[in-house]
Design a protein around this ligand. Structure first.
Ligand code: SF4
Length: 326
């Protein structure tokens, strides 16, 4: 849940998840639509499918005992080098390295590494460096224990958590708080006054703006919805009929006709903006109450508000659903 998502967002999801799926058996056997509903709004839905496949793998291959070994963790669906290292070190105090954006920034500044940390050779060198640091934590166990405010679950666990926290709270991308940094005296970038130039990463890709018209089509107390197909982004989730447009000059009525072969007045009811990866998406939403239904609309799904409430929606369309109730 925490991949790409902040702790404060995750907490209510996590609490509900544990109430509804308290163990591996419950997760492994849960229906896909139930999982998607529990994950609704968190985004990156591949994570929840991988989580279920991982639970099934642990039951089948490890008799329900969660593996502690790095090689076994890497075989779990959805678990890559970073997640395996985080689980092995933080949960089980194994000397396994982690390298996320925060740790990468701390290490490139501490050791004044001028090369781009996302390039293959430099990135591998940073993994090796993180590995040596977490391995050596055993030697400094007593010191870490004395100074750490973390729950002390072992030196390797504490070292990795400290690196992540340092990057998240002190050694931030802009305006790092060097005067209160606990490793300031060891920091090459601070000593050489090179903090602003490290890490040496290319600027992020410029965001692309996309525009959509979405239609809340009502007929006989039901609303028209579609399920996203297998293989598409957000597969299995539900949404209102929508169409990407090139310009806001496009006529909603013409788009509605093109999408659903419905001729009707389109009443504007709001706008939803959201981001997916590098896309900044704006959806203009229209309420449509057609007098007659063409055959094409019958191929979609008509659901009552109560039924819609049970379905997992993408985050943007969940907001549209709130308007549909109004
Ligand atoms: S001294 Fe400054 S640049 Fe160096 S690790 Fe600490 S916060 Fe980061």
């Amino acid at each position: 849940m925490l991949q790409q998502t902040q702790v404060k967002t995750v907490i209510p999801y996590w609490e509900r998840w544990l109430r509804e799926l308290p163990d591996l058996v419950a997760l492994a056997g849960a229906h896909e639509q139930r999982l998607l509903k529990l994950w609704e709004g968190l985004g990156y839905y591949t994570r929840v499918r991988n989580l279920q496949r991982a639970a099934q793998h642990v039951l089948r291959v490890h008799a329900g005992i969660f593996p502690r070994d790095l090689a076994a963790l890497l075989k779990l669906p959805g678990v890559g080098r970073y997640t395996a290292g985080a689980i092995a070190s933080i949960a089980f105090n194994q000397p396994a390295p982690i390298l996320d954006g925060n740790v990468m920034r701390v290490l490139t500044r501490l050791f004044a590494i001028a090369e781009n940390p996302r390039e293959k050779a430099t990135n591998e060198g940073l993994w090796q460096l993180a590995g040596r640091l977490v391995e050596s934590a055993r030697l400094h166990s007593a010191l870490i224990k004395k100074r750490s405010s973390l729950i002390f679950s072992g030196p390797h666990s504490a070292l990795n958590q400290s690196l992540m926290e340092l990057g998240a709270t002190v050694c931030t991308p802009a305006n790092p708080q060097c005067p209160r940094c606990p490793v300031r005296t060891h920091c090459a970038a601070h000593r050489e006054n090179r903090i602003a130039e490290l890490p040496n990463i290319a600027p992020r890709v410029v965001a692309t703006r996309r525009k959509f018209y979405s239609f809340v089509v009502e007929h006989a107390g039901k609303l028209l919805v579609a399920q996203r197909p297998v293989g598409a982004v957000n597969a299995g989730l539900w949404e209102f009929p929508n169409l990407e447009i090139a310009s806001w000059d496009s006529s909603p009525a013409v788009c509605l006709k093109q999408l659903l072969q419905i001729t009707s007045r389109c009443q504007p009811c709001g706008e939803v903006t959201h981001s997916i990866t590098r896309y900044r998406i704006t959806q203009r939403v229209f309420r449509v109450i057609p007098k007659r239904l063409p055959h094409s609309a019958r191929k979609l799904h008509w659901r009552s508000l109560e039924e819609l409430h049970q379905l997992p929606f993408t985050a943007a369309h969940k907001r549209i659903l709130a308007w549909a109730r109004a």
